[in-house]
Write a protein that binds this ligand. Structure first.
Ligand SMILES: Nc1ncnc2c1ncn2[C@@H]1O[C@H](COP(=O)(O)OP(=O)(O)O)[C@@H](O)[C@H]1O
Ligand SMILES: [Mg+2]
Length: 241
């Protein structure tokens, strides 16, 4: 559980969430704005402490870890992509991608070389020395995806990765996250309220009012079925009168 504030003004944002994510899958976490999706991701990332409950991520209990351990755990095992690409404006694309490696103490030359390789994998091999401002929004988000994946994290977490992009660029970024991010030994969580990307999901969970809904709403299911052959258990029998 997570609440913000105290006393009468306190709001409980996460309530009794039980969410499993499996290696090799892309889990889409959808739901209206204000439902608690970003708060949940912040807890998973270990950026935000939950008030109660246990939080196991990649087989380790975040709630029991010391803050320093948690920070290095996050750096080594997780990658993040945000709505706003969060690139450092004075650094080239390759340098931006190298940041997670530099933080972990990789030598500069090697880190940047690996940054370039990663940029090739996201289709930006000819833009490695560009500054962010000379790249389009879609290209900047590709750089951010490359940065999130450069240290080969087991968990990739993306918060509204297409929200700042137009339709076609949003589709391209999701294709990339699916193809490059979703590999055996890694799991991907994408948070979105953009129904144009629902069909990239292997599985969809819907969040509302701080909880995971037991069954996603029909609209969510319809959208995800449009392209993807997504199956649900048959609906429960109506209760006898
Ligand atoms: N730091 C904070 N202090 C107080 N309330 C917050 C804070 N962060 C988020 N909230 C509230 O928590 C609720 C869930 O927010 P959020 O997790 O951002 O939802 P979502 O990402 O699904 O739009 C909202 O009502 C929001 O106003
Ligand atoms: Mg959010």
């Amino acid at each position: 559980m997570k609440s913000f504030g105290t006393g009468e003004t306190s709001v409980t944002v996460l309530k009794g969430i039980d969410l499993d994510v499996y290696f090799g899958e892309l889990l889409l976490l959808v739901g209206e704005s204000g439902g608690g999706k970003t708060t949940l991701l912040s807890a998973i990332a270990g950026i935000l402490d939950v008030d109660s409950g246990d939080l196991d991520v990649l087989g380790a209990s975040l709630t029991k870890m010391a803050p320093g351990t948690r920070t290095s755990f996050r750096g080594r095992r997780m990658g993040f992509v945000f709505q706003q690409f969060n690139l450092l404006p004075a650094l080239t694309a390759a340098e931006n991608v190298a940041i997670p490696l530099l933080i972990q103490g990789t030598r500069r030359q090697e880190a940047i070389a690996r940054g370039r390789v990663m940029l090739e994998r996201v289709g930006l091999g000819d833009r490695t020395e560009f500054l962010p401002r000379n790249l389009s929004g879609g290209q900047q988000q590709r750089v951010a995806v490359a940065r999130a994946l450069v240290n080969d994290p087991q968990l990739l977490v993306c918060d509204e990765p297409t929200a700042a992009l137009d339709g076609p660029n949003g589709q391209k970024i999701m294709e990339l996250i699916r193809d490059v991010g979703r590999v055996p030994g890694r799991c991907v969580i994408v948070v979105t309220h953009d129904n144009r990307i629902f069909h990239y999901a292997d599985r969809i969970e819907e969040m509302e009012d701080g909880k995971i809904k037991e069954r996603p709403s029909d609209l969510v299911m319809e959208e995800s079925r449009r392209v993807h052959d997504y199956t649900l258990d048959p609906p429960d029998e109506p209760a006898p009168k």
